[in-house]
Design a protein around this ligand. Structure first.
Ligand code: DMJ
Length: 479
C-alpha cells in the first residue's frame, strides 16, 4: 500500500513537472518572435483524433462518453443517447475519415429515438440535433435529414410553455417536460438553456421548409430579451412559466454565453431584422456593463442586471468564446484585447482553470476539461487577421494539452490545474470542437475554408452556400 502511494506520488510529481515545464517554457516563449520553431502539423491532429476515436469505439461504443482512464463508457441518463458519434461526425468528416463517417451515418440511421428518457433540451440541441444537421450538411443524405426532423419534432414539446421558453428537459418518447433526469418541473432554466436554438432550428426550418422550428426558437429568444431590466440587461435564471427572473446576475459565462452567441450567428446566416436589433442592442450593453479594464487587461465581469454594478470579478473558461464573436462581428480591437487576456491566463496555469477570480488573482474552480473556447477564438482571429501570433498561441495550447491530458489511449480532463491531477472523463465536445479547431487551424484551404462556413456552438460546421439568400425568409417565416 505504502509502495503504491509512493508510486502514485512519484508519478503525480513527474506529471506535474512535465506539465509545469511545458507551461513555464511557454511563459518564456515569445510567440511574436519565435517564427523559427515549427508549428504542429494537421496530420498529427488527425492521427490523435483517430487514436482517441479508436479508444471510444473499443471501450465505450454505445455509451455517450468515453472514460479514458478506466477505459470504459458512461451514460448521461438511464439510457444511452450515444452522443459521442453525433458530436464526432463533422470533425471526422472534414478530416477525411471516410470509413468512420459511414459507420456513424449507419449508426444514426439505425438509432431509435423513441426512448423513455428525459433529456436536457439545450445539450441535445447543440450536440445531437446540431450533429445530425451537420451530418446532413456534409453527406446530403435525405434519410439523415429525416432523422434530424424527427429529433427536432421530439424536442418541440419542450417549447410549449406560457412564455415560449423551453422547459429544462423533455421525454423523447412522451413529450412530457421536467427538470434534470425527469426530476421536478424543470421550470427554472438558465438563459443559455432558454435561448440557444435559433441556429439549429433555423437550419431545420430551412431544410424542412417549415417555419415552426425557427419561430419557436425566436419566440424563446425574444421572451428572454423582452424581459431585460430597465438598463437593458437580462438576468441569468428565469422561470419559463411566469417569465420572472429567479436570479439577477448578468454575464458572458456558461449559463448565458450562447444566448448572445446565437443572436449573432443566427443573424449572420439568416439575416432577420428583429434579431439583428436584439444583437446590436445586447452588444452595446455587454460593452457598457460587462467590459472592464482591470490592471491593464480586458475582462468581462459578472454584474447586477438592475444596477449594472460589478458583483464578482470572475471569468470562466467558457467566456473565451467571445473574442471569436467579436472578431466575426468586425470588432477586431476588442477581440484582440480580450484574446490577450485569455492567453495570459493560460500562461499562468498551462491550461485554463474553469473559473478564475481576476481581482483576487486566484482560482475559483480548478478543473479543466479539454474545453475548446480559447482555441476557437485564436482560430477565428488567425483566420480573420492573418496574424501568425494566433497560430503560435494555438500551437502552444496543443503542446500543453498534449503534455497534461494525453494518456495511452486518448485524452482526459484534469481535476486541478495546480497539480494536473487526472480526471477520468473525455467530454464529447473534445471530438466536436477541440480537435476540430486544432485541425482546421493548420489544414490546407483546399480542404476547408473558414469564410465559407458557420459553426454552431458545438463547432458543427454549415456551408453558407447551402442556404439560398432568396429563399430562407420564406422557409423560416421571417417577414
Ligand atoms: C460546448 O458544449 C459548447 O460550446 C457550449 O456552448 C458551451 N461550451 C461547451 C464546451 O466547453
Amino acid at each position: 500500500m505504502r509502495n503504491l502511494s509512493y508510486t502514485i506520488i512519484t508519478l503525480g510529481l513527474l506529471c506535474m513537472l512535465s506539465c509545469q515545464t511545458s507551461s513555464e517554457d511557454n511563459n518564456d516563449y515569445n510567440i511574436e518572435d519565435d517564427s523559427s520553431i515549427p508549428i504542429y502539423e494537421a496530420e498529427e491532429i488527425k492521427s490523435e483524433t483517430q487514436r482517441s476515436w479508436n479508444a471510444y469505439k473499443e471501450y465505450a461504443w454505445g455509451y455517450d462518453v468515453l472514460l479514458p482512464l478506466s477505459k470504459s463508457g458512461y451514460n448521461w441518463y438511464e439510457e444511452s443517447l450515444g452522443i459521442s458519434p453525433f458530436d464526432a461526425y463533422s470533425t471526422l468528416a472534414y478530416m477525411g475519415m471516410e470509413e468512420e463517417i459511414k459507420e456513424i451515418e449507419a449508426y444514426a440511421l439505425s438509432k431509435d429515438w423513441n426512448q423513455d428518457v428525459y433529456v436536457q433540451i439545450f445539450e441535445v440541441n447543440i450536440r445531437i440535433l446540431g450533429g445530425l444537421l451537420a451530418m446532413y450538411d456534409y453527406s446530403q443524405n435525405p434519410e439523415i435529414l429525416e432523422k434530424a426532423i424527427e429529433f427536432g419534432d421530439r424536442m418541440l414539446p419542450a417549447f410549449d410553455s406560457p412564455t415560449g421558453i423551453p422547459y429544462h428537459s423533455v421525454n423523447l418518447r412522451t413529450g412530457a417536460t421536467a427538470g434534470n433526469h425527469g426530476e421536478g418541473k424543470g421550470e427554472v432554466v438558465n438563459v443559455a438553456q432558454a435561448a440557444t436554438y435559433l441556429l439549429e432550428f433555423g437550419i431545420l426550418s430551412y431544410y424542412s421548409k417549415d417555419p415552426k422550428y425557427y419561430q419557436a426558437a425566436k419566440k424563446a429568444s425574444k421572451a428572454v430579451f423582452d424581459r431585460k431590466s430597465d438598463i437593458g440587461l437580462p438576468g441569468d435564471f428565469i422561470n419559463v412559466e411566469t417569465g420572472e427572473w429567479t436570479n439577477s446576475w448578468s454575464y458572458l459565462q456558461a449559463g448565458m454565453d450562447s444566448y448572445y452567441e446565437y443572436m449573432f450567428k443566427s443573424n449572420y446566416l439568416f439575416p432577420d431584422p428583429e434579431i439583428q436589433k436584439m444583437w446590436e442592442y445586447s452588444l452595446d450593453k455587454i460593452n457598457t456593463y460587462y467590459a472592464e479594464d482591470f490592471e491593464g487587461k480586458r475582462f468581462y465581469a459578472c454584474v447586477n442586471m438592475h444596477s449594472g454594478k460589478i458583483v464578482k470579478r470572475s471569468v470562466s473558461l467558457y467566456d473565451a468564446f467571445f473574442p471569436a464573436i467579436q472578431a466575426l462581428h468586425g470588432d477586431i480591437e476588442n477581440a484582440e484585447k480580450n484574446m490577450a487576456t485569455w492567453d495570459w491566463i493560460w500562461d499562468k496555469f498551462g491550461l485554463l482553470p474553469t473559473r478564475y477570480l481576476y481581482e483576487a488573482d486566484s482560482i475559483e474552480y480548478a478543473n479543466s476539461e479539454l474545453n475548446p473556447e480559447i482555441i476557437e477564438s485564436a482560430y477565428y482571429l488567425h483566420e480573420i487577421t492573418g496574424n501568425e501570433k494566433y497560430l503560435r498561441m494555438i500551437d502552444k495550447y496543443w503542446h500543453d494539452m498534449k503534455a497534461c491530458c494525453r494518456n495511452d489511449v486518448a485524452f482526459h480532463a484534469v481535476e486541478d490545474v495546480r497539480n494536473m491531477k487526472e480526471k477520468d472523463y473525455l467530454a464529447t465536445y473534445f471530438f466536436a470542437e477541440t480537435l476540430k479547431y486544432f485541425y482546421l487551424a493548420k489544414v490546407d484551404d483546399s480542404i476547408f475554408q473558414f469564410k465559407d462556413f458557420v459553426f454552431n456552438t458545438e463547432a458543427h460546421p454549415f456551408r453558407k452556400s447551402h442556404f439560398d439568400r432568396k429563399k430562407y425568409k420564406e422557409y423560416l417565416g421571417i417577414e
